[in-house]
Design a protein around this ligand. Structure first.
Ligand SMILES: C[S@@+](CC[C@H](N)C(=O)[O-])C[C@H]1O[C@@H](n2cnc3c(N)ncnc32)[C@H](O)[C@@H]1O
Length: 231
């Protein structure tokens, strides 16, 4: 039932967790987690009544409507009754700015031990910077995708410590560069291509390219350490 992106998100939810899926839409993630015995209970929310109706309907169809509590909520706000139960908060398939707003508006994301599982569709550098600056520690970052289109899932927890993240790590995230996964090489190639395009564009406009060239140099170095050559 789940595609690679949703499967990767689900795989980062902890065994026995009580997940809150913010912006659940179809509710496939909580349904999958319950049907596969990862979780016994889940909370699902959406700001819009249409998706929420679809979520409830799907839960009924898969026989798990008793195991999921549904809320109509802008972000996490209206799910307050679940505050002390939720252990893992999933926010996926939305823009990075919206995800950052939802996190910043909820104190529950700052409860020690509460795990955030984030899959931004845009503004990835900004969300990584936001997490580091606001005291969330990135626990893990995983990739899926192919052919130049990659999805990243970030897991993080609040510990109040502000961190400085080098530009290249804001760009590629906390993916495990020691992992033999060939996906990582393809991902590094796609990031390098982005900087190459930026360099070309800037050169045509007579603009300085120092930053982009430095990023490209660092990406080549990172790839070389994995035995991969970025042209
Ligand atoms: C593109 S869908 C993503 C669904 C699912 N999370 C996924 O990853 O496939 C985005 C969902 O977020 C909901 N949404 C948008 N803004 C929201 C907000 N501020 N709070 C909660 N849900 C929101 C939309 O109604 C929609 O159902």
């Amino acid at each position: 039932m789940l595609d690679d992106r949703l499967l990767l998100i689900a795989s980062m939810v902890r065994e026995g967790a009580v997940p809150l899926d913010v912006g659940t839409d179809h509710a496939y993630i909580p349904i999958y987690l319950i049907k596969n015995g990862v979780c016994k209970k889940a909370v699902a929310s959406d700001i819009n009544i249409g998706p929420l109706g679809r979520a409830v309907e799907n839960a009924r169809r898969f026989g798990v409507e008793e195991d999921i509590v549904f809320y109509r909520s802008d972000g996490i706000k209206e799910t307050e009754p679940e505050r002390n139960k939720v252990t893992d908060i999933i926010i996926s398939g939305m823009g990075g700015e919206l995800i950052a707003r939802i996190i910043s508006e909820s104190e529950y994301t700052r409860i020690p031990g509460v795990r955030l599982i984030l899959q931004p569709m845009s503004a990835l550098q900004e969300i990584r910077g936001y997490l580091a600056e606001m005291g969330y520690e990135t626990i893990d970052e995983k990739l899926c995708g192919a052919g130049g289109k990659y999805y990243t899932v970030i897991s993080a927890e609040y510990d109040g410590i502000r961190r400085e993240v080098p530009s290249v790590r804001l760009e590629i995230g906390n993916v495990d560069l020691n992992e033999a996964d060939p996906l990582v090489n393809g991902f590094l190639d796609s990031v390098a291509n982005k900087y190459r395009r930026q360099i070309d564009g800037k050169r045509r406009g007579g603009l300085p390219t120092d930053f982009e060239e430095e990023m490209l140099r660092e990406l080549r170095e990172i790839a070389a350490a994995r035995g991969h050559v970025i042209e």
